[in-house]
Write a protein that binds this ligand. Sequence first.
Ligand SMILES: [Zn+2]
Length: 203
Amino acid sequence: MGAPVVAAAALASTRTGRRIVIGLVAFVVLAVAFLLVPLMVVPLAVAGQSVTTTVETRPAPVANGDWGYPLAGGYTKGRGFGHNPVSGCSYCSTNHQGYDMAQGCGATVYAAGPGEVITAGTYQGYGNTVRIDHGDDIVTLYGHMQWNSLRVAVGDQVTAGTPLGAEGNTGKSFGCHLHFELRESGRSVDPQPFMAALGLPLK
Ligand SMILES: [Zn+2]
């Protein structure tokens, strides 16, 4: 390495020399880049991975059959279903229509079961919301997600584990959490026994 560096230093002392050195350096950088790119891509292709699958850092949510948890990994339980006032929040409903669970602002929210997205955006007091129609008059709702975080659109077909958006604090919310709601024939019901019957008990 010594001789080329000395030669480069000598060349760099004149204006024309500097141009030559810059050209040589650019050539070497490009040559190395062309050599390295195939070396980096080939092992990934051999391993059967695509670059996009490495973006997700959290594990997939636990699933049982066609259904799974709307959050991956551990979570903090918030309010349960029914009469449940929030102390310090005058605008929060006292008759809670869902089940609150939290991992932290920005955590990925997943579809709990297979179906069609029927809401993806602002919905009543739920802020940025996704609703999924699962057929058999069953709809799940995922409320309070961060603005501009939704990864699905109305009409999309999803399955359990499809990322929907990011946990947030939009709408009538008091801190980042997922409001997970279940509706049967248009009426809100307690998600806890429903999920437990699927082998996916909530806290
Ligand atoms: Zn809630």
